[in-house]
Design a protein. Sequence first.
Length: 277
Amino acid sequence: MSIFIRKQAYTGQVKAVVLDWAGTAVDYGSIGPAAVFVDVFAKFGVAVSLAEVRQFMGVAKKDHIRNICSLPSVIAQWQKQNDRSPDETDVDHIYDESKPMMVDTITRHADLIPGLLETVERLRQQGVKIGSSTGYTAPMMAALVPIARAQGYIPDAIVCASDVPAGRPFPWMCFLNAIQLQVYPLEAVVKIGDTVSDIEAGLNAGMWTIGLTQSGNELGISEQEASQLSAQELMAKTDPIADRYQDAGAHFVAAGIWDVLPVIEDINARLARGEKP
């Protein structure tokens, strides 16, 4: 591991990327986890929409359930059934119910997103290490990792929300990736993901950030559905997503993982000029 003493600006190249999983590396559209949240709340007699679910995507799964329970529409339905608002015990019950459902859906929505393997190979040829972070817990990832490995995707580090004190938007998963990859300074790392919480976590960690507009949660449609849209229709849907990322502070946006190599080149040029995230 090379030693960098911070006496002046870092002017080297990108050393690592930290990729999200669902919607960035696997499961085009992040279809699986969104459906689970809708289904698990239905088991408790509460109707939630995909739009309501997707606004919290990217955080740890228990936090996600807690956020859904705070929605006025959910509180109203819960009060009608139980004569009270949902509390932390209810969050625990819903979360416990969701765990086997999440594992099941992960195995059914584990196809690699097009361009992932080619992008990872090109990055590794440039000496870039491949980290990853996810809102899934370690037991959930135990079901996903072997399926991804069988398709050829083996990141150098895998950090789950359950491995750190708190998930996104806190920076802890980014920090743990840097530790496991033995990479610093943090401006030599790029966080890539398909949710606003990915962007926030990367910014909080002091990393460059790339938000993906087409392949993930924000657009929330399958690859087949995306292919049926005209270029104009797709742009009409993804432009507002790019705006949301930029409002959150994202340094760059790209359509999907297949589209990030030119962005990495841009970041390398900026680093060479002494720029920081």
